[in-house]
Design a protein around this ligand. Sequence first.
Ligand SMILES: [Fe+2]
Length: 286
Amino acid sequence: MARIIGGIGTTHVPAIGKAIADGKQNDPYWKPFFSGFDAVHKWLAREQPDVAVVFSNDHGLNFFLDKLPTFAVGAANEYRNEDEGWGIPVSKTAQGNADLSWHMINGLVEDGFDITMCQEMLVDHAITIPLQLIWPNGDWPPIVPISINTVQHPLPSMARCLELGRSVGRALASYPRDIKVLVIGTGGLSHQLDGERAGFINKEFDTHCMDQLTADPEALTRYSIPQVVELAGAQGVEFLNWMAMRGALTGTASEVHRNYHIPISNTAAATLVLENRPRAEKRKAA
Ligand SMILES: [Fe+2]
């Protein structure tokens, strides 16, 4: 069966892609952010995942306001990127794993998630930038992209996204092939791009969310979407992708690494690595 090795939460702002393209990782502005990935790379060199399940939100490359599924799962063997107009190079194509996708789709539908199935799907900067950050050499594994609507209200709730992740975790646990899976949630943390509160950042709430994500993710479900908008900013709701990532860690999650840096392009940039240990293994170790 598939083994979920852990989860990574990371921001995905387009300016990071430009910094990578321009080789600015060691510039004073960027270094505190990029150096936060050194520990991620060391952890992954040890863990060596075969597949990455990526929760993210589409920014109009694939879905727009006219048609926007609440949850959409990729079921392709490759996912192309296209120019989104940010001035960053078009990324190489990400490989998929359609067999695993269909297994997860079946599990999600059995669990009552009426997802959209996408045998063709483009991936935008919310996936390509995290892949470049996590695997800077470009040797990223096949992915299964899962898109969550964080754009067109009404959005799914924090609880629903946590449950979505749990359903993915159950599906992975029943996948018959012996593979190691990394789960990634992208976006956030607190930020607001427009309106009177443009530039809004809330370090205290971000820290609370990261703390609770490990210790008690259920506690975060008490926040309604309007409350998340109030506390994290209009685009801070991308934290829903992190909630889903956490839900998929069906064992015991423990924090391996955290980096938090303000600002990156008006955004609170955070990186979090959670290790997922099977519950039985923990009991044995104890
Ligand atoms: Fe975004």
